[in-house]
Design a protein. Structure first.
Length: 757
């Protein structure tokens, strides 16, 4: 078990690591050669020029202004200065509300930490219960509820604090829900026109041997929505076409490179060896070779495109249906379309860049089977991950292992080694074991068949949260208690085991403190350094970048990563609420995390992350629900803990807390959640009326008819005509290409630029 000195060693290592990351970032960010790594968002918006194109040769790569090094921390106040309204306009409502999760944590835990440290620590510290017991403990455990004697009247203090912390948390959550619901409605009301406001996705279109899918969709909606139906776009399974388009893009890039190379040195035609890494081919004229490849691929793409559009086997029984008004789309998306509730299923269409086209080709009838298979796979993944969790806990409880395996004493008894192992190694080991988990969970979500990137991330986030709750939280407590008190379990009667577990649970705060310092301190500071993107950018820039498009792609700004970031935040909410009463020494570490993370991620959202989609904060009900779940778990664990401490008078009074918390959640769900699930017809009609007044001659059909064409159909046109001006919908940037995957793009050259969101 980690002692106070072990925690001190771990804190020193992580504080020094975080400080080193922040200093390195502050220096690297002001170097001109790194400008695209630390400010890619501004480049993608077309609002920043590269400093490498002007000034003296040395100054293009190294910042020689020594005064700027004295102001190396000015990025912190700069990150906090942008007002919320400007932040929403700059980065979107999703990003602004994501930051409010960190603010919610600060609003909850700063007052709770002050009260808990002032009231709870003296109550716990002024006892000698652990000293008189046979339990394995450290000095930090004397600050927890484990140090209170059995049946003590001091448990009334913990009861009162549990009520106070619950009511304060509920107040903050209600206030935040109210603010964010208001922000969402205002954002939707003031938002510029977008295709998804008029469009629904129809799935499970019934087959008809006498009528193709396109005509069937048109006929159904002209009959059932005769005054409002406008146009539709069927969905194609264009996997083969997508492969050809991607190959053509690569060849176009090489052709651009060799043409630029030839333009600089016209006396010599560039030569190349085709094939993998230039192997197994003779040297040929590079421009002629790639020109012929482009011509070949263009013919193949044309043939495949006609085959895809003309062959009914490539048409998926789904379509994007657009209406003349937002009101009509809202009615269609939120009502049942046919007598058979399994046919003509309608939902709001994701915005074009949010569509995950690969999953639209999955037959709707197979989704239930897929989700069942994923549920079984997730169960076994969660179950078998207990093995590495037990290994991590073995590192955190060396004293317990030494009692059972005394021959290990010689190796780990050295004080310095022991402090590093217990104060730092458990946290970093758990972090390493979790590295590949998000990718596995995202693969599961894709296999389930969700049709938008936002829904993929939300489902993956839900599983990540469940996984962390079961394995990281409960698994660490159970396995850690088993290792820590193994000697007691072996030698005491079965009746005493619950009391031992009750006393041991608060002691696991020391393990979670080491994890918070590794993940929440050093990990967050490492995020702003962007070491991996920095190295990859310079490697690509040196070896692979041939054109400006290559350089733009090499920036790799990334995104918030809701599927990994939000569940990690929820783990800190869970730890803070659970240990606020039983071991308040953990709270300052939680507060430091939320403070540092808020500043770091605000900076990243302003300068780095490129938004993949905009859901108008549709994820907030999930965030609220998970915090409420953490609150209920903390109350139930406190009830169980007090029952093992013979606090018979105070324990029954805790039963009221979960009931009140569930009632509070149901109230918030009924009062605020509809704003995140449905679109009020009143709001839709108001927006339609205002638009008709401002633009009476708007040709909406022309605006919508190509909005939901599969990206490969548009991408093929982009490759073949580089001079054609393209527009990204609905971002504001002037750049010609987004740095993310091509499936997130929508190129509609005929759109009115003023209509972009």
């Amino acid at each position: 078990m980690a002692t106070l000195s072990d925690i001190g060693v771990g804190a020193a290592i992580n504080i020094l690591s975080a400080f080193a990351f922040l200093v390195a970032f502050a220096i690297l960010r002001i170097q001109p050669v790194n400008d695209r790594v630390y400010f890619p968002k501004w480049y993608l918006k077309g609002l920043r020029n590269s400093p490498l194109h002007s000034g003296a040769l040395v100054r293009r790569f190294v910042n020689l202004d020594f005064h700027s090094y004295l102001r190396f921390l000015n990025w912190m106040p700069a990150a906090l200065q942008m007002p919320q309204a400007e932040l929403i306009d700059h980065a979107g409502l999703d990003s602004a509300v994501y930051l409010r999760i960190y603010l919610t944590g600060l609003k909850i835990f700063v007052p709770v930490a002050i009260v808990a440290l002032t009231v709870m620590v003296p109550v716990n510290w002024t006892n000698r219960t652990l000293e008189e017991s046979n339990l394995t403990y450290s000095d930090l455990d004397k600050l927890s509820i484990s140090n209170i004697p059995m049946g003590s009247q001091r448990f009334w203090t913990h009861l009162v604090m549990a009520y106070a912390f619950t009511f304060w948390t509920m107040y903050v959550l209600k206030r935040e829900y109210e603010i964010i619901a208001s922000l969402r409605l205002h954002f939707l009301a003031s938002e510029h026109r977008r295709p998804d406001q008029f469009t629904v996705l129809v799935r499970n279109v019934p087959s008809d041997p006498d009528e193709p899918v396109s005509e069937l969709v048109e006929h159904f909606f002209m009959v059932n929505h005769p005054d409002h139906y406008l146009t539709h776009q069927v969905v194609y399974n264009a996997k083969r076409l997508s492969e050809l388009v991607n190959e053509k893009k690569k060849n176009q890039n090489w052709l651009d490179y060799y043409q630029l190379k030839h333009a600089k040195k016209q006396s010599q035609r560039p030569r190349s060896k085709g094939g993998f890494l230039g192997c197994c081919r003779e040297s040929v004229d590079a421009i002629d070779f790639y020109s012929s490849e482009m011509e070949r691929l263009s013919k193949e793409i044309c043939t495949e495109r006609m085959n895809t559009i003309g062959n009914s086997k490539y048409i998926v029984p789904a379509a994007f249906v657009s209406f003349k008004t937002r009101w009509a789309a809202a009615v269609c998306a939120q009502t049942q379309q046919s007598r058979n509730p399994t046919n003509w299923l309608t939902v709001w269409a994701p915005e074009p860049r949010d569509v995950y086209w690969d999953n639209l080709a999955i037959p709707y009838v197979s989704l239930t089977i897929r989700r069942l298979l994923v549920a079984v796979a997730f169960f076994f993944l969660t179950f078998f991950f207990m093995i590495p969790i037990a290994f991590v806990q073995s590192l955190a409880n060396i004293e317990g292992i030494e009692k059972v395996f005394p021959f290990l004493k010689v190796i780990i008894e050295a004080k310095a080694v022991k402090s590093v192992i217990q104060g730092f190694l458990p946290g970093i080991a758990l972090k390493i074991f979790l590295i590949f988990l998000p990718s596995i969970l995202m693969f599961m979500s894709k296999f389930e068949g969700f049709i938008s990137i936002s829904s993929l991330e939300r489902r993956s986030a839900t599983r990540y949260y469940i996984f962390q709750f079961i394995n990281v939280f409960l698994g660490s407590i159970i396995a850690g208690t088993a290792f820590q008190q193994l000697n007691n379990f072996i030698h005491q009667s079965a009746n005493e085991i619950p009391k031992t577990i009750g006393a041991s649970i608060p002691m696991k705060a020391t393990f979670f403190i080491t994890y918070i310092m590794v993940d929440g301190w050093a990990g967050v500071a490492g995020e702003i350094l962007r070491l991996k993107p920095l190295i990859i950018y310079h490697l690509k820039n040196f070896f692979l970048v041939k054109t400006e498009k290559d350089r733009e792609e090499a920036m790799a700004p990334g995104s918030l990563g809701f599927n990994t970031g939000e569940p990690q935040i929820q783990l800190y909410f869970l730890l803070g609420l659970v240990y606020a009463v039983v071991s308040p020494i953990l709270l300052p570490f939680i507060v430091v995390f939320f403070s540092l993370a808020y500043i770091v991620y605000r900076h990243q959202i302003i300068n780095v992350y490129n938004q993949e989609y905009e859901s108008a904060a549709a994820f907030w009900p999930d965030v609220h629900g998970r915090i409420v779940t953490a609150l209920i778990v903390s109350q139930l664990l406190l009830m169980g803990l007090l029952s093992t401490k013979s606090a018979a008078h105070s324990t029954p009074l805790l039963i009221t807390l979960p009931i009140l918390t569930i009632w509070f959640h149901l109230f918030c769900k009924a009062r605020y959640e509809p704003a995140f699930v449905t679109y009020p017809l009143q709001e839709a009609m108001m927006k339609d009326t205002l638009e008709r007044t401002k633009e009476p001659n708007l040709n909406l059909k022309e605006y919508l008819q190509n909005a939901y064409i599969h990206p490969v159909f548009n991408s093929e046109g982009e490759v073949g005509n580089e001079d054609k001006e393209t527009t990204l919908v609905p971002t504001k940037r002037q750049s010609s290409k987004k740095s993310q995957s091509s499936r997130h793009l929508l190129s509609v050259s005929e759109l009115d630029p003023t209509s972009q969101a």
